[in-house]
Design a protein around this ligand. Structure first.
Ligand code: GDP
Ligand code: MG
Length: 368
């Protein structure tokens, strides 16, 4: 008997772990094999760098803004329906908000129990950045988030079917081994994979597990929603867009790297830990993309503009354990002082994520 249900894949994990990179990798692989994909990105507000990145690669992508999947379950369904009307995906790949957890009970179970005739639910993958995870699991010292944020981080790992250590390229072999052992010991329910989404290493076993097995049936995560809400609200969120103009052509990649460094220096002086700071400069459909995933790490130019440009649209997403107004002030000041260019800020939103209130919360065995 053939199964014509679409596979629903969720690739979760904390901010900066490499979800969007992995989503694009999996999507490319499936498309190369003749399958149709539909991608769903998600954020607490609008103006998403991730959506711009995924669309620039040519994948049909819907964005759910203004709340996470669990709290906007119906928007998730609508996004899937829209993609179905337009491209009839064989596989949906959804990237939840990086500060979100309890996804099995609030998204996977309801999808399976209520819409199981339409979707086949893949195991939940949770990606980790190895250096971030090594600090959080106590294997390495260094700047880290507060215990409140760490609560959310650990809950993400607790509910994973597949824990995926990402960024193995350039990772010290000894640390990689210690990390895999620590994850297996502390989160024994999950299978642990180690991959580089960027370099394309180790992906076969993980993607095969995602594409050929189903999410495991088990009771809902034991989670205290007060602690979860508090942990999530420790993170400040800033989304901004600005129109960039200049009198003479300029190097757009260097502009973004300069902005990332300025913001990092100021927040470092404040003792703030950055979770993920990402920016795109869209110059007539060509993109420069820069990411920064910890205050003490260098910015990464993930996509570069080949030529100098006259201007473009800048999208800036910053998530850090700090007062959101402070993030706004630091980012806007860096922009104002960027030199070489003029910037007209068109949209700014800064806030702390609201308490998560899931549309559904089902555990296995519960009636829908
Ligand atoms: N070295 C390395 N960097 C990676 C890898 N995967 C993602 N990154 C980088 O990590 C940063 C965050 O990636 P992104 O996919 O946006 O993470 P997300 O916030 O979880 O969606 C970007 O600078 C990526 O280029 C990887 O396998 N190796
Ligand atoms: Mg992302």
């Amino acid at each position: 008997m053939t199964d014509d249900r679409a596979r629903y894949v969720m690739i979760g994990g904390f901010l900066g772990a490499g979800k969007t990179t992995a989503v694009a990798r999996l999507a490319r692989r499936l498309v190369d094999r003749g399958l149709r994909v539909g991608l769903i990105s998600n954020d607490q507000s609008t103006g998403l760098v991730d959506t711009a990145i995924l669309r620039s690669k040519g994948f049909p992508t819907e964005e759910i803004a203004g709340g996470c999947f669990c709290c906007r379950f119906n928007s998730l369904l609508e996004a899937a329906q829209k993609l179905t009307r337009e491209t009839r995906p064989d596989v949906f790949i959804a990237e939840p908000v990086g500060s979100c957890t309890d996804l099995v009970a609030t998204v996977s179970y309801p999808l399976r129990r209520i819409y199981g005739d339409r979707f086949r639910i893949a195991p939940l993958s949770v990606l980790v950045d190895p250096l971030r995870a090594a600090r959080i699991l106590g294997l390495e010292s260094g700047r880290a988030f507060s215990d409140k944020v760490v609560y959310v981080y650990r809950k993400q790992l607790e509910e994973a079917d597949l824990v995926v250590v990402n960024k193995t390229d350039g990772l010290d072999a000894g640390l990689r081994e210690r990390l895999v052992v620590a994850l297996r010991t502390q989160f024994p329910r999950a299978a642990v994979h180690a991959v580089s989404a960027k370099a394309g290493e180790g992906l076969d076993a993980w993607f095969d597990a995602v594409m050929t097995s189903d999410g495991r049936d088990r009771g809902a995560l034991d989670i205290d929603y007060d602690a979860y809400a508090e942990g999530e609200a420790r993170l400040g969120w800033l989304n901004a867009t600005a129109r960039i103009t200049a009198d003479a052509p300029f190097d757009g990649n260097a502009l973004l790297l300069r902005l990332a460094d300025r913001v990092r220096e100021r927040l470092s002086a404040d003792g703030v830990e950055i979770a993920h700071f990402k920016m795109t400069l869209d110059a007539g459909g060509m993109l420069s993309v820069v990411s920064l995933v910890a205050t003490d790490r260098a910015p990464d130019l993930r996509e570069s503009l080949l030529d100098r440009v006259d201007g473009g649209e800048l999208v800036l997403n910053l998530r850090a354990e700090a007062d959101p107004e402070r993030l706004r002030d630091v980012a806007l000041r860096a922009l104002a002082e960027a030199g070489e260019v003029r910037s007209a800020v068109e949209h700014v939103e800064c806030f702390r994520p609201a308490r998560p209130v899931p549309t559904h919360r089902l555990s296995e065995g519960a009636a829908p």
